[in-house]
Design a protein around this ligand. Structure first.
Ligand SMILES: [Zn+2]
Length: 498
C-alpha cells in the first residue's frame, strides 16, 4: 500500500494552524497526526516556511458540470466587432456534427462599433447547416439561427421569430431547450474537474438532474472521477428518488446522493428575490416567492419520511422566513436530524439568524457574493437601498449566533481562496472574519451540511485529501485526493522535495 510521510512546518488541524506536524498517510487515509517525527516507508514530503498543509477545500454549493459547459463551449468574449463575432461562429460550428446544437457564450454588443447583436439572418449566412444559439454575457438574452428557432416550441415566451432574439426564458434555461449531449457533458465534467483541482477543491456539493448523475457514474466507473461529489437533485425528481428508496448519503466515497433542491425565490439581480419591503428601484415589486411556508413544510414532511435532506434556495428575507417556518413545521421539533439546509441566506434579519441557529438549520453562504455585489454603490445597494445592503451576507453575525454554516462559491467563480479573502475583506467591516475561520468554513464546517463522512479535516481516519498552499495568498501548489496527487504546480518538486 502506498505511504507518504509529510513534515509540515504549518498545518491546519482542528480549525487552526499548528506548527511542526507530522502526518502519515497509508493508502487513501490519514493514519496518524503527531508532533514527533515518525519513521516509515514511502515518500517524504517536507513543507517549509511560507507554505502550509490544509485539508482539501469543500465547496458546499457549486455547479461543476454547469461550469464545465461554460469552459468547453466556444466563447465570444474576445470578439471586438459584430464582424469578428460572425467569423468566430463560422469557425466554431465546423467542430460540431450536423446533428449537434452549437451554443456560443459571452457576447457583449455594447463594446462593438455596430452596437447590436447579430440577427437570425446573419447567423444563417455563416452557419446554415447546424442549430446555433448565441448567449449574451448576462445570460438573460440570446440570438438563434433559423435551425435553432425551429426547435423552440411555438408558445415559448420571449422569442422573436423574425429576428431570432431570445429574451429571458430560453437563454436562462438553455439546457432545458437544448439539452447538452452526453459527449458534451463528459467533456464539461473533465474540464471542470481540472479547474477545480487547480483551486484545491476536493469535494463538491453539486446540483442537477438525472443526465448529470449518469455522467458522474460513468466517470466513476472509468475511475476518472477524482473529486468527491455530493449530488442533489432538483425538486422535479423528488417523487422518483423517493419511490426508489434512495436516501441522503447513499453511494460511495466519490459519489453520494445528496438531497432535494428547491427554489423559494429568485435573485436580487433579476429583482425576483422575495423581500418584505419592495425593491428600491421598483417600488411595486416585492420579488417572487415560489414556495410559501406551508408548501415547504409539506415537502419537508415527505422528505423526512423518505430520509432525504431538503436544500432550499432563499435569498430575500421573505423567502428566508418561509424556509425557516417550513423547516420548523415540517421537522416538528426533531432538531433537524436530516440537516435541511438554506442556500445563500443573503439578507436575513437578526431574528431569522437566531431562529435558524435555535432550529439547527444548516446554511451554505457565498462569501464571494459580498464583494461582487455587496459593496457600497454596488448592485445590491441599487436594488435594495443602503440599509438593506448593509445586511448582506452577514458572516460574522452567523458565527456569533452559533448557527452551523459553511462556505460555497456557486461557481461564480469557483475559487475558495477568493471566497476566504472576500470574507476577510467583507465590504461591511463588522462582518469580517480572520483567515483561520475562513479556512475552517471552506473545509471542516462543510461536514454539518452534507452526509459525506471522512472529509474536510487533517485527522486520523479521514481521507488523505489535502492541499499545499502558499500562505501569502492561499494559492494552491498541490492537491492530493485519497493520497494521490492529482494536481501540482510545475515547480512543486523543487519546492517540496517529493
Ligand atoms: Zn446555485
Amino acid at each position: 500500500m502506498k505511504q507518504h510521510i509529510i513534515y509540515a512546518h504549518k498545518a491546519f488541524i482542528d480549525g487552526k494552524f499548528d506548527e511542526n506536524v507530522t502526518i502519515r498517510i497509508i493508502g487513501d487515509k490519514i493514519a496518524s497526526v503527531t508532533k514527533e517525527r515518525v519513521p516509515g516507508f514511502g515518500s517524504y514530503i517536507s513543507i517549509g516556511p511560507g507554505y502550509a498543509l490544509l485539508p482539501a477545500f469543500v465547496d458546499t454549493h457549486t455547479h461543476m458540470i454547469g461550469r464545465g459547459l461554460h469552459l468547453v463551449r466556444p466563447k465570444l468574449d474576445k470578439a471586438r466587432t459584430l464582424k469578428d463575432a460572425l467569423e468566430v461562429v463560422e469557425q466554431a460550428v465546423k467542430n460540431y456534427d450536423l446533428s449537434e446544437v452549437v451554443i456560443i457564450e459571452g457576447y457583449d454588443e455594447s463594446f462593438w462599433p455596430e452596437g447590436r447583436a447579430p440577427t437570425r439572418q446573419e447567423l444563417d449566412q455563416v452557419a446554415p447547416a447546424r442549430p446555433v444559439v448565441l448567449r449574451r454575457i448576462c445570460g438573460h438574452i440570446g440570438v438563434a439561427n433559423s435551425k435553432a428557432l425551429s426547435m423552440i416550441p411555438i408558445e415559448t415566451p420571449g422569442v422573436d421569430r423574425r429576428g431570432g432574439l431570445l429574451v429571458e426564458t430560453v437563454p436562462l434555461n438553455i439546457s432545458d431547450y437544448f439539452p447538452p449531449t452526453d459527449k458534451e457533458l463528459q467533456a464539461a465534467l473533465s474540464a471542470a474537474q481540472k479547474e477545480f483541482w487547480s483551486l484545491g477543491i476536493g469535494t463538491v456539493s453539486e446540483f442537477g438532474k438525472w443526465e448529470f448523475m449518469r455522467v458522474y457514474q460513468e466517470a466513476l466507473r472509468k475511475r476518472q472521477l477524482k473529486i468527491r461529489v455530493y449530488f442533489s437533485y432538483y425538486l422535479e425528481l423528488f417523487d422518483a428518488i423517493k419511490r426508489l428508496g434512495l436516501q441522503s448519503g447513499f453511494g460511495d466515497s466519490y459519489l453520494r446522493i445528496g438531497g432535494i433542491k428547491l427554489f423559494a425565490d429568485g435573485s436580487v439581480g433579476a429583482r425576483t428575490a422575495a423581500f418584505f419591503d419592495p425593491y428600491n428601484d421598483d417600488p411595486e415589486n416585492f420579488g417572487k416567492l415560489f414556495f410559501d411556508a406551508k408548501r415547504i413544510a409539506d415537502i419537508i414532511r415527505l422528505a423526512e419520511e423518505a430520509g432525504l435532506q431538503v436544500i432550499i434556495h432563499a435569498i430575500g428575507d421573505r423567502a428566508i422566513e418561509a424556509a425557516i417556518d417550513g423547516i420548523s413545521h415540517g421537522t416538528d421539533g426533531n432538531k433537524n436530524m436530516l440537516h435541511h439546509r438554506i442556500e445563500h441566506f443573503e439578507f436575513p434579519t437578526k431574528g431569522q439568524i437566531e431562529r435558524a441557529a435555535s432550529l439547527n438549520i444548516r446554511i451554505s453562504i457565498q462569501p464571494n457574493f459580498a464583494v461582487r455585489w455587496g459593496v457600497p454603490n454596488g448592485m445590491y445597494e441599487k436594488r435594495l437601498g443602503k440599509e438593506r445592503m448593509y445586511r448582506n451576507n452577514p458572516i460574522k453575525s452567523l458565527i456569533d449566533s452559533g448557527v452551523k454554516f459553511a462556505f460555497g462559491s456557486d461557481a461564480m467563480p469557483p475559487s475558495p481562496a477568493l471566497g476566504i479573502k472576500a470574507a476577510m475583506m467583507h465590504p461591511i467591516p463588522r462582518e469580517r472574519i480572520d483567515m483561520e475561520t475562513g479556512i475552517r468554513l471552506y473545509t471542516e464546517a462543510a461536514q454539518d451540511l452534507m452526509f459525506m463522512p471522512g472529509i474536510g479535516k487533517i485527522q486520523r481516519g479521514y481521507f488523505a485529501d489535502f492541499i499545499i498552499v502558499k500562505l501569502i495568498d492561499l494559492s494552491v501548489q498541490a492537491l492530493a485526493i485519497g493520497g494521490d496527487f492529482v494536481y501540482m504546480v510545475p515547480e512543486y518538486r523543487n519546492l517540496f522535495r517529493v
